[in-house]
Design a protein around this ligand. Sequence first.
Ligand SMILES: [Zn+2]
Ligand SMILES: [Zn+2]
Length: 311
Amino acid sequence: MNDNPAQCNAYRARVKREITMQLEQFVLAHEPAIRLGFFFAVFVFVGLWETVALRRTLATSKAMRWASNLGLVVLNTLLLRLVFPLAAAGIAAFGVANGWGLLNHFQVPFWMAVPIGVIAMDFVIWLQHVMVHAVPALWRLHRVHHADLDCDVTTGARFHPIEIALSMLIKFATISVLGPPVLAVVIFEVLLNATAMFNHGNVRLPAGIDRVLRWFLVTPDMHRVHHSVEDDETNSNFGFNLPWWDRLFGTYRAQPRAGHPMMTIGIHGHRDPREVARLDGMLMLPFRGELDGYAINRRPWHDHHGEHATR
Ligand SMILES: [Zn+2]
Ligand SMILES: [Zn+2]
């Protein structure tokens, strides 16, 4: 029996470190299975929910959209594993082992580093989302997500492969600077994936529940405003996960003007199902056509009398 308090504390700290390390290694080793498991569970859950409580009648054939959107998901998953085999969790493990990043440098305790890491990464993805709407060349990529003529569980994972790759590079940079634990990265990725499927869901949620829930989580009605064809509605509600950033930075909009059942989903100028609901059309969409008012320096401006000014 050891009753020296200093030795006792050192022993406790070592045990704690050991448990944390084992947890991190377990998460790292099982990361693909954890993510895939949650993806399927949430996908089936929201998919079934859509069949029993549909919010809007679909504008296009569900079979064609689902085949294309899910085809894009499979393509993106394969490409990511091929181009970035280490994945975000691997970068985080490297950072932890080498003391890289703010949270590792300042030795922030594990129980604090996990929530800080998740919240900070959510803020970065919000900033990234605002950026891809504003910068014309990036809007070309991101409009593949917005060109979907309906918004449902499959829209949540519908992104052009180049945007996915860009997103991954930004995530790697964030992890290198921030230094979050592996657990934080995996929680963030699982949460983002699950909430994206939930808040793109074409599902009815009682108004009272929506009102309370949207203080903590982006709800389907909140994110649907972002998929409106109207420029000002598209450029609001950029959050995927936490709703606070939009409220904090003034980009929050409660409801669409036309109401949820009647609002038009998609973007101006690209409404042909052959272009926006077929995989080949979606992959080529960034390279087609002119940019319009959605991107930051393509917006028409008005003089003081509200008249359209010439450019
Ligand atoms: Zn968007
Ligand atoms: Zn969306």
